[in-house]
Unconditional design. Structure first.
Length: 61
């Protein structure tokens, strides 16, 4: 039971980290954050946005 609780706590922690990255997204319609974890170590993070040189989707023309 204790191992299950420990994993649940880690999952919540990593979801909070993903939400921090989600807040960096400038997209008005979808805010997505991601955290890649392997063996309890973060190996990657990211959030959605346009490719370089393309205007952010927070600008409605």
């Amino acid at each position: 039971m204790e191992e299950h609780t420990s994993q649940h706590t880690k999952d919540i922690h990593y979801m909070k980290v993903a939400k921090l990255f989600m807040d960096r997204s400038k997209c008005l319609s979808r805010k997505i954050g991601a955290v890649l974890v392997k063996d309890d170590s973060v190996i990657g993070t990211g959030y959605n946005g346009p490719p370089r040189g393309v205007p952010h989707c927070d600008r409605r023309d």
